[in-house]
Design a protein around this ligand. Structure first.
Ligand code: SF4
Ligand code: SF4
Length: 357
């Protein structure tokens, strides 16, 4: 069965504001959904690591927020803390980073929330229906507790999964840090003892009592992989082994996306922004030039169809009509995540692209 995907090109001979296009794409999806007045509605996006300039322009969120408010819903902008150590590792730094990149209350007049708590510790287990690798997803608690969600994703390349769009935003983007570790790694964090000062902060903060000071810190088998120690270490010396394969990470992403999607029956849809299509993730504090011209926006209630349509549009608009991501990441098949998502009934790779002027 095909899913509807609504598409608006950035080609603009009639000089219409792109913001009106986004508004129309929003309305195409929202009209048949089951939103109820006053529902707390997460607008899930990615605030971009400071130094990166390819992330979604904040102005693109304005019409989306306006339409959410018109439906009498209560929107809040949301992202989650990162697994890697950077400007978005804890809520305080993350909100500062978000404000620097233009995502703040004074721009939008709605709250900005980091959904997994001060140091990424707020997590809720959600069952994964049809999961083949995982049974449980560790989801950021303020996403779990939201009533409805609009997932606004920047479609671009990704160094581990080949592409990043709605599935990536719904999975990695909505997972707590513990969930991100499960998708990225098959092992627990390890201490780089060269930089450890034996300050003991990690051990004090470890709820599993898994860290010994000998006198350098050592993580024992009691570790549950919560990753709190990664966020508290002042020397950034507790490291993640990013050893999971692209294939397994992509499949785990699809399964996490399925779990998060199940939290919002008929109260979730997806908007993909296909501009500044950088080869790498917005988590880098820098970005390379785009792999194709700016293309436009699309919306769908099906995240698989939204990403497949975005992928096809990028290929069609790239040199020789070829997918540029497979050329950059020759070892990665970026469609694994979408095929697995279809297999576990998250959505459809077949879509009916409907142009919205
Ligand atoms: S918090 Fe970091 S520096 Fe301090 S003991 Fe733990 S690993 Fe070492
Ligand atoms: S990951 Fe969590 S459980 Fe494991 S050592 Fe660090 S704080 Fe303790």
């Amino acid at each position: 069965m095909s899913s509807e995907v609504f598409y608006s090109s950035l080609e603009n001979k009639r000089l219409q504001s792109p913001l009106n296009k986004l508004k129309r794409l929003f309305n195409k999806c929202s009209k048949n959904l089951d939103f109820e007045s006053k529902q707390l509605t997460a607008i899930k996006t990615h605030f971009g690591e400071y130094g990166n300039t390819a992330f979604i322009k904040p102005v693109y969120l304005r019409p989306i927020i306006d339409q959410v408010m018109k439906l009498q819903l209560k929107p809040f902008l949301v992202d989650t803390n990162t697994l890697y150590v950077g400007m978005r590792t804890n809520t305080v730094d993350h909100l500062h980073n978000a404000a620097l990149n233009g995502f703040n209350y004074s721009t939008f007049q709605i709250p900005v929330v980091i959904a997994d708590g001060l140091r990424g510790e707020n997590t809720v287990d959600v069952k994964i229906e049809n999961g083949e690798i995982l049974d449980i997803a560790k989801v950021a608690s303020d996403i779990y507790h939201a009533d409805a969600m609009v997932v606004v994703s920047h479609f671009k390349g990704h160094e581990l999964s080949g592409i990043g769009g709605a599935i990536k935003n719904l999975s990695m983007g909505c997972a707590s840090r513990q969930g991100k570790l499960i998708m990225h790694s098959t092992s627990k964090p390890v201490v780089n003892t060269d930089k450890c000062t034996s300050c003991g902060l990690c051990a004090e903060n470890c709820a599993a009592d898994a860290i010994l000071l000998e006198p350098k810190a050592r993580i024992t088998d009691k570790c549950t992989g919560c990753t709190r120690c990664v966020a508290v270490c002042p020397e950034s010396t507790i490291e993640i082994d990013w050893n999971e394969s692209s294939e397994n990470t992509q499949k785990k992403m699809a399964e996490y996306a399925k779990a998060v999607h199940s939290l919002f029956p008929n109260r979730i849809f997806f908007i993909n922004i296909i501009t500044d299509v950088a080869p790498t993730c917005d988590c880098f504090p820098a970005n390379d030039q785009s792999v194709c011209p700016d293309i436009g926006f699309l919306s769908s209630t099906d995240p698989v169809a939204a990403d497949k349509a975005s992928y096809d549009l990028v290929a069609k608009n790239s040199k020789g009509g070829q997918d540029p991501f497979s050329r950059i990441y020759t070892e990665i098949d970026p469609l694994i995540q979408l095929k697995h998502a279809e297999k576990i009934s998250l959505g459809s790779l077949n879509y009916d692209l409907k142009t919205v002027k």
